[in-house]
Structures are given as C-alpha cells and as structure tokens.
Design a protein around this ligand. Structure first.
Ligand SMILES: [Zn+2]
Length: 501
C-alpha cells in the first residue's frame, strides 16, 4: 500500500500574474514568481521528508506529485501530519500563494485518482481527513490583519514589510521581495541551492539551439511588441496564448502505471517540442537577437506564452499543429500494444492587447476563450479561440474555430488579409448595420462577394462562407501574418484517431 499526495499551487496564473504591470520591474517579478513556483514544487525537494516523486502521472507546472510506501497504515502514518510538513515547506518558499493538497491510500496512482478527486470535491472546510486514508487540505495566503498596515506597492494585496522598498521607494510584501530577487538573471541572483531552470530559461536554451544563435530574453513587454522586423506593422501590441490539452485527465484514468509514466513523458516532450518549434518558426520575422516570446508555462499539457501581436496567429497555429503531430506519433510509437483511442490534441486561446493593457486581464481572457473553444468542439478536436482587447463591440461572444477550419480556409484568409485595413473596417460596419436591419445572411455575403470582385480581390469561396465565418475571417486577418505554408493541413487523419497496429 502506498500514500499518494498531489500538492501545489492553485490559481497559479493568478499568483504569477499578480505583479503584472508592463514595466521592466513587473516582468522581472513575474519571472521571479515563475522561478519560485518551479523550484518550490520540484518533487525531489521532499525526499528528506520521506516522499518520492510519483512518476505514474504527468507533471503539471506548480504541482508536485508525490508518493511514499506505507508498511501498515498506522495512525501516525495516515495523512494529515505528513502532508502538513510538505505544505510548510511550500509556504516558506511561496509566502502568498494559494496552496492545496489531496492524498489517498492506494496500490497504484490510477486507483488513487478517484479518491483524490473525491477528497478535493468534499473539501469544504480548510481540511478534510477521512478514516479511510483520504484527505484534502487548502491553505489560503495570510490575510492582511491590520487594516492600517501599509499595502505592498507591487502586488497591492499583502501587507508591506516596513523596511524594504523597491527602486521607486515603494514598500513591498515578503512575497514580492522574493519575486524581485528571484527574477534577476543568474549572475545577479547570487548562489541558489537546487535551482531548476524556469520554463523560460529552458525554452531560451532550446530555441537558441534550434535557430543556431544565442538568444536573449526581452526586457519588458514593450520590447516584445517591437521585435517584428517589418516596418509596416503596429508595434505596441502583443498576443497572449493560453493552451491546454483536450481530454488528458480522461486518458490517464484508463492507463496502467507503466503506461501512465510513458504517456506522461510523451506529453511533456510533445508540448515542449511544440512550443519551441513554434517560437523558432516566428523567429525569422523578428529581431534575431531575442527569444520572440515571454514564457510563463510550457510543461505537461499547459502553455502560457506571450508573443508580438503580428506573430500571434502563426505561433498559435504552429503550436497546436506541432503538438498534435508529435503526440499522435509518440503515442502510436509508445503504445503499439494497446488501443488507447484518440491521442490528445491541443486547444488554444489567443488574445491581442496593447502592451500597456494589464497582462493579467489578457491572461484571463485567453483562458476564457480557450475554455469556450473547448466547449464548442466538446474537446473532441483541436481548436483555437480568440479575443481582441484592442477592439470593442465588434466580436461575437468568444469566437473559435477548429484547427482544420484554419487549414481549409487558408487561401481565403491570406487573400482577405491583403485588403486595406480601411476596407476591412468598412465591411465590418456594413455587416453590423445590415444585421441590425435584419438583412438576410445570404444577401450580406452576396454583397460582400460582389464588393470583393469589384475590388479585384481574389477570394474564391467567399460567397459560400456562412456569415459567421466571414465575420471571423475579418477579425482574424486584423493581426494575420501567415504561418509557414502547409501548416495545419498535414495528415488530418492522424489527428483524429490514433492508429494502433
Ligand atoms: Zn506584494
């Protein structure tokens, strides 16, 4: 019998994004928070407390999967006391994070999963400790008890430590003091014990290798927006991409411990490959000295990366396409002996915003459009959802389309992207006026096709497109720079069904 423990940071993006202004200091603190989470949740940290890394599942950012053997389940060995020791370590490293733990006794992790899940569901109070060895524990960040204590000038959430101020002489809380020091480059940070590379540092090294040049990270989001080389592009804008695997949880429920270990590794390798490949693909259109993205998360089935706005579509399409390809072939290679059904695919949300727009807002919006894109396909196919925070009142609610739609309409998107911006805006206005006046859809699309012909625009198939798709097309082309040819059209069959020989 073993004791399985899942422990880590909940609301991780909110925690990392808490210090989220556009200036250099805030990006440094975001990077620092990312490093703190990576280091604190390293499963290897807890060996001294008797826990081993649990490799029967996939490693998600901000969660440590742990396991320990149990001889006989004596009172002392049951749950909560052992778990508290782990949480105290995490709290020391992450002063103001939301922490959560759930644990269960079982022979395998697959068997433990339902019990862990039910413990989390039953957790109404701060802790739950059941006689059958299940339990869950939530630890909220400390509240600001003294209402007159000065507030942290960086995150604005916690009480400031009185003596320590940042460069603008604002008092900071103990969490932000740690973020600030952990966000500095390695040389300036001073020696750290077991320092793991952050997702961004790993990506920087790997993409440098792919493009065969030593890349540097950008200083802030303003610089990120300015990386594209083409003079005509608007350079104050960025795209935030949030992506997540489809039906990954359900897949793992059906796996043996040995299969789960293999699939978990394949998942992590696929997402890293896809993120690095997509960054390398947009690198040629940007200042060659820099990594063309700010990487917050790139592990297991989770991605949170910000890129220059004009690279947003190319990055998202390359990311989703490369993950699907890689995962399908990894699974058919690894799982030759068993039928596991469909290989997991990726769904992404893309959000365009001004670099000064609060990044936490863009991150939340990217997660929202990603979730509604998943809902639209029921998680059955790779899809991309989007929102444009620079436009108001023009979009349908959380639009999304399957990846295959982008492949099928690729020529049309490229052609419409060639239209002058003023012409596209006029079409948008024409459409919304016509909708308000209850003009039938076919009449509107017929009018637009005539207009396209009049303007000499080669847009074959425009007249057959449903009006919703025409609107989607006009939204998409606003930030469209084509990905490399052929992307998203390669071997669609392999995405739909895993072939098992
Ligand atoms: Zn703070």
């Amino acid at each position: 019998m073993k004791l399985y423990l899942d422990v880590g940071v909940t609301r991780i993006q909110e925690y990392i994004g808490r210090t989220a202004g556009a200036d250099e200091g805030q990006l440094r603190r975001r990077r620092g928070a990312s490093r703190m989470v990576t280091n604190a949740t390293d499963a290897g940290n807890f060996a001294v407390l008797g826990w081993q890394p649990n490799d029967e599942t996939y490693t998600a950012e901000g969660v440590a999967h742990l396991v320990r053997p149990m001889a006989a389940p004596t009172q002392a060995e049951c749950g909560i006391g052992l778990v508290e020791q782990v949480l105290i370590r995490l709290r020391e490293a992450l002063p103001h994070a939301y922490l959560e733990a759930s644990w269960a006794r079982a022979e395998t992790y697959a068997e433990a999963l339902n019990r862990l899940e039910s413990a989390r569901r039953l957790l109404g109070t701060p802790s739950l400790n059941m006689p059958d060895g299940r339990g869950a524990l939530a630890w909220l960040p400390p509240v600001r008890e003294d209402p007159y204590a000065s507030r942290c000038g960086s995150c604005g959430l916690a009480a400031a430590e009185s003596a320590v101020t940042d460069r603008k002489s604002q008092p900071q809380c103990d969490d932000c003091i740690l973020r600030d020091s952990q966000g500095r480059p390695a040389g300036a940070r001073g020696p750290v014990g077991a320092d793991r590379q952050t997702p961004e540092e790993q990506t920087l090294a790997a993409v440098s290798e792919l493009v065969d040049a030593p890349l540097r990270p950008v200083r802030d989001l303003n610089q990120l927006g300015r990386l594209p080389r083409r003079a005509v592009e608007k350079k104050n804008h960025i795209a935030t991409i949030y992506a997540d695997g489809n039906n990954v949880g359900a897949l793992f429920e059906g796996l043996s411990p040995a299969q789960a270990t293999r699939v978990s590794k394949a998942l992590d390798a696929s997402i890293k490959h896809a993120g690095r490949f997509a960054l390398a693909q947009i690198h040629p259109s940007c200042d060659p000295a820099y990594l063309p993205g700010v990487v917050t998360t790139l592990a297991a089935d989770d991605v949170l990366i910000t890129v220059p706005a004009s690279c947003g579509w190319a990055f998202a399409i390359h990311l989703v396409d490369a993950f699907n390809e890689e995962m399908a072939s990894a699974m058919s290679r690894e799982m030759r002996d068993s039928d596991l059904g469909a290989a997991p695919t990726l769904t992404a949300g893309v959000v365009f915003s001004h670099y000064k727009h609060p990044i936490e807002d863009a991150i939340n919006a990217a997660e929202t459009v990603m979730r509604s894109a998943k809902k639209a396909t029921n998680g059955a196919a790779a899809a991309i959802g989007w929102a444009d925070l620079t436009q108001t009142g023009t979009s349908e609610h959380s639009p999304s389309r399957p990846l295959q739609w982008f492949a099928g309409n690729r020529g049309l998107i490229d052609h419409v992207a060639g239209l002058a911006a003023s012409q596209r805006q006029k079409w948008m206005r024409d459409i919304s006026t016509a909708i308000q006046e209850h003009v039938p859809d076919e009449t509107i699309t017929g009018f637009l096709s005539d207009e396209a012909r009049r303007l000499g625009l080669r847009a074959p198939g425009l007249e057959q497109l449903p009006l919703d798709d025409v609107i989607a097309l006009l939204q998409i082309v606003r930030w469209w720079t084509p990905p490399s040819p052929g992307v998203g059209v390669s071997s669609p069959a392999s995405h739909d069904r895993l072939e098992v020989s």
